[in-house]
Design a binder for this molecule. Sequence first.
Ligand code: KG4
Ligand code: ZN
Length: 352
Amino acid sequence: MPSLARVLVLRAWTVLGIETSCDETAAAVVRGRAPGPGEILSDVVFSQLEEHRPFGGVVPEIAARAHVEMLDGIIERALAEAGCRLGDVDAVAATAGPGLIGGVMVGLVSAKALALAGAKPLVAVNHLEAHGLSARLAQGVEFPFLLLLVSGGHCQLLGVEGVGRYRLYGTTIDDAAGEAFDKTAKLLGLPYPGGPRIEALARGGNGRRYDLPRPMRGRDGADFSFSGLKTAVRQLVLSADCNAADMAASFQAAVIDILTERTRAALGMFRRDFPGAAAPNFVMAGGVAANGAIRAALAALAQENGFAFKMPPVKLCTDNAAMVAWAGLERAQLGLFDPLDAPARARWPLTA
Ligand code: KG4
Ligand code: ZN
């Protein structure tokens, strides 16, 4: 580690974070030092759900416009609730991608303006890294750990060695898990976002009623596929006598089987790569991790395989700015700052 970084890592940092990559306009102030846990001084999230609901999904143009209208007020509130002014923070962090490019630009440009006006360093945060490090913010999880990142746009299994250091074990070859939830919900006539609706409906359903496929089962590696599952649901829904609760439960059971089987393969890959750890950590993060049935299944899998299961609280699973502030804080402590012309990126994989 460079000596400057060693000096920086000694003290706690206070970071303002901004998140605008999808349909949440969010700002937060977080204080702490790696490996966490950190202190969330404020965490303001404005969900644009109502704006997008009539369209059954997120409309990028509407999202960008809503971010423009809301963001200044959200940042002011985040600073006020944290009891600080811009001058009190040590750095400004914003999601710089991946995500809907219009929204990402709104957040990143605001962060640049604040950094310039306040003479603060800027950190351009990868949204996936923000999800990935959220368990460190919540619980102070040490590196390395196995990460299952399951959200509306992503479904990946990664070995996390450190900030910016990832090994990709598996990724989806088509839809993300959250996307599958949202599309299945739409087929069942449920509003966006589908995940929480399906989870609620599944509680009263029979998960063995419909025999749905488990794509990629038994294949080498730890890649995922969900599009065949969605197609099977569509065909059954179009047939006359589909029971919505049984379908929701059968769909969720299939997702649980897919996630556990693929994660089991990745646990083995992680053990091979990091043989030293006696009880390594397995972290689940991203919006789909809010699902209680999925959480229970993966916690059990981790326990059976001698891994410690770690997860941020539900509020930190779905999109928020506290995780962005924290990822910014971890990067700042390593001296990883970004220039004021840092680009907004629609695509930005964690592993190049
Ligand atoms: O992480 P997130 O807020 O945004 C992205 O970065 O994508 O994840 C949103 C996704 C949506 O697809 C939503 O349906 C899903 O997370 N989700 C859930 C649940 N809550 C949110 N999926 C399953 N069960 C839930 N309880
Ligand atoms: Zn996200």
